[in-house]
Design a protein around this ligand. Structure first.
Ligand code: CRA
Length: 817
């Protein structure tokens, strides 16, 4: 309950907003206009708290974390903001009285999709937790004109449609031109001797004006409002006669273009580095602006820049923001006049790095040519960082040339961003226990041996406010009715649900709520995909970015296998199953896109085959994103977390499913390991090779999938259906590439790199356990309730508290209103 909330004031605010913004009366307004009016009314409610929070931060002179990230996958703001100001019921009622349905109003808002997948959504969950826990924090990112593309499915294929999310404006953002900063690219470095001191001056450059837009990040029920600051690029001086006069016409045009292109679009790659020049520009653009601003803000209150780290910590969200290291060095050396050693001390006490993947294709390595051309002064500094780092290696390992070569930041014509991040950060963390162990003992072994004190684990988490309280109101209310509402800000309280796990009435209530949520999703699927699904079937769900290592292919091959069994034996005893997929493929990732086509082709055949009595349905949900994810998690029975062990650093959808009472069908990978540890292996369906086994095979050149093909008839039959036109009668060769990827040793990659055939039998057997288990509804309900009861560890509130305690050392602030 929000005590300060006044219905009449709110109504008036909405009506006035419609009038002022659209010159319409409230009954003439479109739903979208009502959405905007309501959003502005909510902003009215929080604006004083936003101001008060920052006043409090200034008064207390707090230490602040800057979470530097190329991605913030925020999703919709309105519903979440209403929840966090604790006015959901009041606003719902108020709108009801005005003749509007809050759910419909919320549906008008486009997702803020400034991110790809897990990494971007993690950043968003962290912001929610930071505000809720009352920690001073800025999210710093880019105000992309176009976010993650919208996915349309046409004839079974993914088609990318631009996401023009800002076309109707963004009611929550505020432009802050007073904090604009200039960011320089290219040109050359000149040394100027002034009074015996050398100064480095960048000349002949192009520059853009970085202008921040602030978005409120509202803490739950605590008056704290933090800021997500996203930077827009504007031309430094719009075209003027001056430039004509000085013959700078060309430069003025170029600068205008640079400003336009730099923030144009989010690169749609998840876990994959493409090495595009524009991407490096984006990185330096938002980092330079954020670091400049942080330094300036610090200097407003403090005069000793050598103590910068006492008030500021930069968390680098993967290597994407790593230029923050040389950029901070540049400012300290060239603008603040510190010596190298002084500047290095400040920088290395300010920066901390999170690694999110061991996938080698994700490692950022910039060609020297590109890097030094675009950022000439920054490159000089990187060279010096590397020179000194090499000295350090040599001191520690005298004469060890191999170490030097392997650990060098600059090597083979490339700048290795991860190595720079490790060398210059005081903390290096992985995102789940297994992942951190693999970093320490495999991928980053040399670095761990050299500086073990830097390495630590911070297992990821998710916010229960969005993914249960907002996304699943029926279940949220049910939990609260059983154990009170402390879980909203203290998730481990949910453990108390254990008391109800064996209670028949509670089991029944839980299953009934799940059923209601399945009905809700079935309606969504009908409206958006035109497919009828049976809400009584098992909803078996895999939603995440499409990637080979995540093995959506194994899932659909298993569906093909099951379908074969049903065709042979239509009376086969099985609980009807709805296999639900949702996944975007990076626009240039051919095999991933073909996998989407395969899923849709299989869906076409199976969904239209009357002979199997609807025992299997396959649904590909178009345009998987934060807003429909909330509906999907709420409705899931089975959570597919089937990555090749060792490849998924953490995963976070696994946690969202668990929170909503779905059972995990998964490998011992990423955070699945810890999920199983919390809930017990009996309440999950675990299968497949361990990460040690996988790594072992990899170190020994893989395995022979042909052996499986030759010896397992059923698997062979499925594979043959990829190339005999069974699912593509008009083009039997359509799925040849997928077939080859699994079997062909001629291709340059190893065949079946992700051990799909190797794990297949174990996966199929786990599916049988699911089928068997679901028959016992009491058991299933109990296991589902136990999953919820044991998900306390996976709140991002816990993750943030660990970052604060071990890395950031922030103090909590309270805001009185
Ligand atoms: N793709 C990992 O693959 C992890 C998230 C957040 C990822 C996930 O397993 O849950 O990060 N890695 O830590 C990544 O983006 C660049 O690396 C991801 O989202």
């Amino acid at each position: 309950m929000n005590k300060g909330f006044d219905k009449e004031t709110f109504k008036r605010s909405v009506v006035d907003n419609v009038k002022n913004m659209f010159r319409r009366t409230i009954d003439e307004a479109t739903p979208h206009q009502v959405f905007q009016a309501v959003a502005y009314a909510v902003k009215d409610v929080i604006i004083d708290e936003w101001i008060a929070t920052h006043k409090e931060y200034e008064k207390k002179d707090v230490k602040t974390v800057y979470y530097l990230s190329m991605e913030f996958l925020m999703g919709r703001a309105l519903g979440n903001n209403i929840i966090n100001i604790c006015a959901r019921d009041e606003i719902k009622e108020t709108l009801d009285e005005m003749g509007f349905d809050l759910d419909v109003i919320e549906d008008q808002e486009p997702d803020a999709a400034l991110g790809n997948g897990g990494l971007g959504r993690l950043a968003a969950c962290f912001l929610d937790s930071l505000a809720t826990l009352g920690y001073p924090a800025y999210g710093c990112g880019i105000r992309y004109r176009y976010g993650m593309f919208k996915q349309k499915i046409e004839n079974g294929y993914q088609v990318e449609v631009p996401d023009n999310w800002l076309k109707d404006g963004n009611p929550f953002e505020i432009r802050r031109p007073e904090y604009a900063a200039e960011v320089k690219f290219g040109g050359f470095v000149r040394i100027e001797n002034q009074g015996g001191v050398n100064h480095f001056v960048q000349d002949g450059y192009q520059s853009v004006r970085a202008v921040p837009y602030d978005l409120p990040v509202i803490g739950y029920g605590n008056n704290v409002v933090n800021t997500l600051r996203i930077w827009d690029a504007e031309p430094i001086n719009t075209f003027n006669l001056d430039s004509f006069d000085r013959g700078d016409y060309q430069k003025a045009v170029e600068q205008e273009n640079l400003a336009k292109t730099i923030v144009e679009v989010l690169y749609p790659n998840d876990n994959h580095y493409a090495g595009k020049e524009l991407r490096l520009k984006q990185q330096y653009f938002f980092i330079s602006a954020s670091v400049q601003r942080a330094v300036r803000k610090y200097k407003e209150k403090h005069d000793d820049i050598r103590k910068f780290y006492e008030k500021v910590v930069f968390q680098l969200n993967d290597t994407h923001p790593t230029v923050a290291i040389p950029e901070l060095m540049r400012i300290l050396l060239d603008e603040e006049g510190l010596t190298w050693d002084e500047a290095w001390e400040v920088t290395t006490k300010t920066c901390a790095y999170t690694n999110h993947t061991i996938m080698s294709e994700a490692l950022e390595k910039w060609p020297i040519e590109l890097f030094s051309r675009l950022l000439p002064r920054i490159y000089q500094i990187v060279e010096e960082i590397n020179r000194r780092f090499q000295n350090q290696i040599q001191t520690m390992y005298p004469g060890n040339q191999e170490k030097l070569r392997k650990m060098s930041i600059i090597y083979d014509g490339q700048v290795k961003m991860a190595y720079m991040a490790i060398a210059a950060s005081f903390s290096v963390n992985g995102v789940a226990r297994l992942h951190t162990e693999i970093l320490k003992h495999q991928e980053l072994k040399d670095f761990y041996e050299m500086m073990p004190e830097k390495f630590n684990n911070k297992t990821n988490g998710i916010t229960q406010r969005r993914f249960l309280l907002h996304g699943n109101p029926l279940l949220a209310d049910w939990v609260t009715s059983k154990i009170g509402d402390e879980w909203i800000t203290d998730l481990p309280h949910i453990k108390k649900l254990e008391l109800f796990a064996e209670d028949e009435k509670c089991q029944f209530e839980f299953m009934n709520i799940k059923y209601q949520n399945k009905l809700r999703l079935a309606r969504y699927i009908k409206e958006n995909n035109g497919i009828d699904v049976d809400p009584r079937s098992i909803f078996d769900v895999q939603v995440k970015r499409l990637h080979e290592y995540k093995r959506q292919l194994m899932n659909i091959l298993h569906v093909m296998y099951l379908y074969n069994q049903l065709k042979d034996n239509p009376d086969m005893d099985m609980i009807p199953r709805t296999f639900i997929f949702g996944a975007k493929a990076a626009a240039g990732y051919k095999r991933a896109k073909l996998t989407i086509k395969l899923i849709n082709s299989v869906a076409d055949v199976i969904n239209n085959d009357k002979s199997i009595n609807g025992k299997i349905k396959v649904v590909f949900i178009e345009d998987y994103r934060v807003s429909n994810a909330e509906l999907i998690f709420a409705a899931a029975d089975v959570s597919e977390q089937i990555s090749t062990a060792s490849k998924e650093a953490s995963g976070t959808s696994n946690m969202k499913f668990m929170l909503n009472g779905a059972l995990t069908l998964g490998t011992m990978d990423g955070a699945n390991v810890e999920i199983v540890e919390e809930v017990g292996a009996d309440n999950a369906f675990i299968f497949g090779m361990s990460s040690d086994e996988v790594i072992n095979y990899e170190n020994n050149g893989g395995y022979y999938p042909m052996d499986i093909f030759n010896n397992d008839q059923e698997i062979r039959r499925v594979l043959m259906q990829l190339i005999n036109g069974y699912y593509a009668p008009d083009n039997p060769e359509l799925f040849r590439d997928i077939y080859n990827s699994l079997l062909n040793t001629k291709s340059s990659d190893r065949a079946d790199t992700y051990f799909i055939l190797k794990d297949f039998r174990s996966y199929a057997e786990a599916h049988q356990r699911v089928d068997k288990a679901y028959r016992d509804q009491a058991w299933w309900a109990k296991a589902a309730i136990l999953n919820m009861a044991n998900c306390g560890k996976f709140t991002s509130d816990r993750t943030i508290e660990e970052y604060v305690k071990d890395i950031w050392h922030l103090k909590k602030v309270t805001v009185e209103m």
